[in-house]
Design a protein around this ligand. Sequence first.
Ligand code: S3P
Length: 440
Amino acid sequence: MSKLLLIKGKIKKFDKNIEVSGDKSLSIRWVLLASQCIGRSRAHNLLMSEDVLASINAIKKLGIKVKIYKNFCEIFGNGINGFKYKKNIKIDAKNSGTLGRLILGLLIKSPQKIKLIGDKSLSKRDFSRVTLPLERFGTKFYFKKKNKLPFSILGSESTKGIKYFENKGSAQCKSSIMLAAINASGTTSIKAKKSRNHSELLFKYLKIPIKIKKTKKYDFIDIKQPKEIKAFNYQIPGDISSSAFFMVLTTLANNSKLLIKNVNINPSRTGVITILKRMGAKITLKNKKIYRGEKISDILIKSSNSLKAIDCPSKLNSSAIDEFLVIFLVAAKARGISYFKDISELNQKESPRLNWGSKILNMMGVKTELTKNSIKIYGQPNLKITKLITIKEYLKDHRIFMMCTVAALTLGGQWKIHDKDSINTSFPSFLEIIKKINEK
Ligand code: S3P
């Protein structure tokens, strides 16, 4: 199969209903938490992407039994710190920062060294953001290259709760320490800048002793080590980060309409909806419900022919962190100059996304002003691309691939987008859904 996607010509007018696959953050958290439960946990609609499969393989290496059926997945946990494994094992987190960082929290008591490796993209990313706080539980790390994969982790027998200040607004860092807290005696206290709160909601649902005090800027989280965690079943809702590509596809398409069913709209993830609506996108939420503390709804999007620039408030950054690339496309077509600030974290993702986002906009003929921490995008309401654009060597960042596909289908031009298999990281059915939308 060719790994190159060629797109010539825009998507036809459409009016469709779709479902996107299960939420990646919740899928990985379900796998890791189920591994700490006693007995059989079952998940429906678990995202079957490479990041989640890598999570499943990781807990299998650690001695946990997993069964994958057509419609669901079962994990047979051995309880807290119940991993059983051979000497010299290696865990491959592949492309997944979430897996790589979160699993370390579960290994703070590992009696033998475990090596953590990852792909080219993950091996460029910083791990000190989790290894430094985890060291304070008594855990040791053995690096070859400072703060980068591959490295080994060796746990400590006596692990006591710590006090930790998470100041980046990173749910990965917060969740890694939260998982460590399950394995540490006493209380772990976290002061965290706002970020997605799936771990907190799951801890509450699982009756892990957790207390949360919220202020405007920070959450104060206290976790006591639980005695045990009961196995649990979970129905994973659709991923808002995957939905975002279709929100923008529909917003920028001609006279079209799309209903995305059953999407997780946890308020700590809905920055993309807030930002797009402020820019003039027509998005409505329907059939809202609550499932185990998570908000879920259908999302209706209609095309918009009047988009305006945004001066995006930094407080929305963490709730839209994975969606900025595709939001930049709307800014490229909006009236005025959009400004996104305090977003240096974007350069810490699967690829340096702030730099890549700017580079792609420039290739499209859109002017940008880029700093380490911000981008200004000079919108062109009449933007039409007529040239050939080739996208390659972008560290196979799944979201770069999907952003470019949406740009090609809505703004025109001829696009050659390499490494089609990058979508397998988070959204293997992305191109099939595009095909379904484009069918008569
Ligand atoms: C994630 C948190 C975010 C996000 C990533 C998934 C999670 O990373 O970018 O795709 O599931 O906790 P940071 O927490 O590092 O911002």
